[in-house]
Design a protein around this ligand. Structure first.
Ligand code: NAD
Ligand code: LMR
Length: 332
């Protein structure tokens, strides 16, 4: 069997609880790949992590390889092929008597986590490691991590696949079609309320979703705010941030990066901008992406951006620039 080393931070958290079994079940990396898991947690939580580890062992998956639990990020990411950076604080919690309302309010609390982690990944993970940031605010945390890693052969992603899945589900329900009929869903920009889940370039059975739905009022005043605010709606209802759907989206992202994208389709994740679509170079920006047969990931070019889309892309770019400004002390 082939072997792969996968490091996951926040191993004792709620997303990890849904994520970890699916990483070692054969579903994510294939039936014939043994997955060596490195679970990284803060020292206070290592004991609790033991419970999750017992359960992983008790699943009895034949794809489970070695298992390490550690609070040492260097040990955790050593020779990692994939690093899933989930560990960080979710919004909704109360700090100094104030509720953390927006993901960007987490920058000060979570941003610092990604400096040491980024630097360890740059030095100790494999030269071709792929890194997915789930912890919020995901785009700017990824910017910090990638900057500190300073290793251009590794590839950093921030997760927007959950937004893409949410958007597809809403479009499919509205159009009365199966979710698998919805393709080409691009989430432009930040994983925040300024994201733009593009209904004009998304396709329903090959035709523009906006055209099929033919209801501009619904698109602008129902669909967009619903997708943009879905994370908050889940927190309000559940009293905790999305976990099963977030884990599912992380797995979707890993599979999308590791396997060629179907012709005519795309997947959504945020990566370092190369200037495409006028976005300043280096910002971690949500784009429609394709994985090529040789394994390279590219930004799909020449997508038609209408005036409405351009205004949304401009505002999400502005937000990411201001987040970058807010963390400039954490960038090298
Ligand atoms: P959680 O509080 O249940 O778990 C987080 C875990 O991270 C905890 O066990 C904590 O001990 C650990 N942790 C904290 N600092 C760490 C560090 N420095 N190193 C290693 N581990 C550390 O939270 P959760 O519900 O699992 O969510 C985790 C993060 O994912 C949050 O920031 C949340 O906002 C984010 N999230 C992102 C998306 C997305 O679409 N990008 C979706 C859902 C949640
Ligand atoms: C989500 O979109 O569900 C997560 O980013 C959690 C949150 O804070 O909304």
């Amino acid at each position: 069997m082939k072997e792969i080393n996968v490091a996951v931070t926040g191993g004792a958290g709620q997303i990890a609880y849904s994520l970890l079994p699916r990483l070692i079940s054969g579903e994510t990396f294939g039936e014939n790949t043994k997955v060596n898991l490195r679970l990284i947690e803060i020292p206070q939580v290592l004991e609790k992590l033991e419970g999750t580890i017992m359960e992983l062992i008790d699943c009895g998956f034949k794809q489970m390889g070695s298992l390490i639990a550690t609070a040492d990020i260097k040990e955790g990411v050593k020779d990692a092929d994939w690093v899933l950076l989930v560990g960080s604080i979710p919004r909704g919690i109360i700090i100094d008597g104030k509720k953390i309302e927006e993901r960007s309010d987490l920058l000060k609390i979570n941003g610092g986590i990604f400096t040491d982690q980024g630097s360890a990944i740059g030095k100790y993970a494999k030269p071709n490691a792929k890194i997915l940031v789930v912890g919020n605010p995901a785009n700017t945390n990824a910017l910090i991590g990638m900057n500190q890693a300073n290793n251009s052969s590794q590839q950093w992603f921030a997760m927007t696949a959950l937004d893409a899945n949410r958007a597809k589900a809403q479009l499919a329900t509205k159009a009365g079609v199966d979710i698998s009929d919805v393709t080409n869903m691009a989430i432009w920009g930040n994983h925040s309320p300024t994201m733009y889940p593009d209904p004009y370039n998304a396709l329903i059975n090959g035709v523009s979703a906006a055209e099929v739905i033919n209801d501009k009022e619904w698109i602008e005043n129902s669909y967009l705010p619903l997708v943009q605010q879905r994370g908050k709606a889940v927190i309000d209802a559940r009293g905790a941030s999305s976990a099963a759907s977030a884990a599912n989206a992380a797995i979707d992202t890993v599979k999308s990066v590791d396997n060629p994208t179907e012709k005519g389709d795309c997947f959504s994740a945020a990566i370092a901008s190369d200037g495409s679509y006028g976005v300043p170079k280096g910002l971690i920006f949500g784009y429609p992406l394709r994985t090529n047969l040789d394994g390279s990931v590219e930004i799909i070019q020449d997508i038609k951006i209408n005036e409405f889309a351009q205004s949304k892309i401009n505002s999400t770019t502005e937000e990411l620039l201001s987040e970058r400004e807010a963390v400039k002390d954490l960038l090298i």
